[in-house]
Design a protein around this ligand. Structure first.
Ligand code: AMP
Length: 286
């Protein structure tokens, strides 16, 4: 496995890579969720690049940029174990040279839900992913459904800017109790971690309701809200049920595939999770 710390090194090593190249961008503190993306890329591509970069521009003022966990040696060992060919791990100055003023914004999609709670977040994501695509020139990019709106933003930018990268969404990896894996879970105390299980529990209850034929948007949102709000340490940012394509909030009876998503704080950790509620095949999207 090779490790590049400068853009120049990365470009040179990329140029020598054979066949179909898969990319898994991460912010490090790697866990099974990240590993699942690397594994999928390893299975489907001839060459695999992972990037590890805690991107300052996607953190809103007052967020956890400085506290975000950094574990360089452990992360490199994980990449090696997953058969990654090249890790690009640049310092901040390398990605944001002085005087850089160009940013990428996908428009309205970045202003709702996560974008409303975290102003500027998706412009930071879109900008860094565009830069990483330009530097590593992958054929395929692997991203987690855990960050469902981010995945939509990245699909949109790849399409709109005609980058020629196939964006592949990968399933959410969870702990046994249901908690979605996240680098931010390290902030949780034992008590907060136990209470945070209410997020996935709430989503599962709503899913069960959906499978049983419940289609009322506010009732579905309510099931998740109620489950989380019953936890004394929870502070809910939002519970959303939105059209899976436009992210327009659902109202009344849901007749199309919908994304049920949550953001909630438990102590220092702001956690997100989601599930897609699909209209069963054959019933049409009326
Ligand atoms: P991050 O390091 O948090 O920026 O995440 C890097 C990539 O890993 C993103 O595409 C995430 O969606 C994905 N990811 C993070 N957590 C999970 C998880 N629990 N399951 C699947 N993918 C994940």
């Amino acid at each position: 496995m090779q490790v590049a710390r400068t853009v120049q090194e990365c470009r040179a090593l990329r140029a020598a890579m054979p066949g179909v190249v898969g990319l898994t961008p991460t912010m490090g503190a790697l866990h099974e969720g990240h590993r699942s993306l690397m594994r999928r890329a390893r299975e489907e591509c001839d060459s695999v690049i992972a990037t590890i970069f805690v991107n300052p521009t996607q953190f809103a003022p007052g967020e956890d940029y400085t506290a975000y966990p950094r574990r360089e040696q452990e992360d490199l060992a994980i990449c090696e174990a997953e058969g990654v060919d090249l890790v690009f791990m640049p310092p901040v100055e390398e990605m944001y040279p002085e005087g850089a003023t160009t940013t990428v914004s996908v428009g309205e999609l970045s202003t709702i839900l996560e974008g409303a709670s975290r102003p500027g977040h998706f412009d930071g994501v879109a900008t860094i992913v565009t830069k990483l695509f330009a530097i590593t020139r992958p054929d395929r990019g692997y991203f987690g459904q855990k960050d469902a709106q981010q995945l939509m933003v990245i699909r949109r930018l790849a399409r709109d800017l005609q980058l020629g990268v196939e964006v592949i969404g990968c399933p959410i990896i969870r702990e046994e109790g249901g908690l979605a894996l996240s680098s931010r879970n390290v902030y949780l105390t034992d008590e907060e971690r136990t209470q945070a299980l209410a997020i996935s529990r709430g989503l599962r209850k709503a899913e069960a309701g959906w499978l049983g034929g419940l289609r009322d948007a506010s009732a579905l949102r309510g099931m998740v809200h109620e489950e989380i709000a019953a936890q004394p340490l929870a502070r809910i940012d939002y519970v959303s049920l939105a059209d899976a394509e436009s992210l327009a909030e659902c109202d009344g009876r849901v007749t199309r595939d919908a994304l049920l998503s949550v953001a909630a704080r438990f102590g220092k950790a702001r956690l997100i999770d989601n599930t897609v509620l699909r209209i069963p095949a054959g019933l049409g999207q009326g």
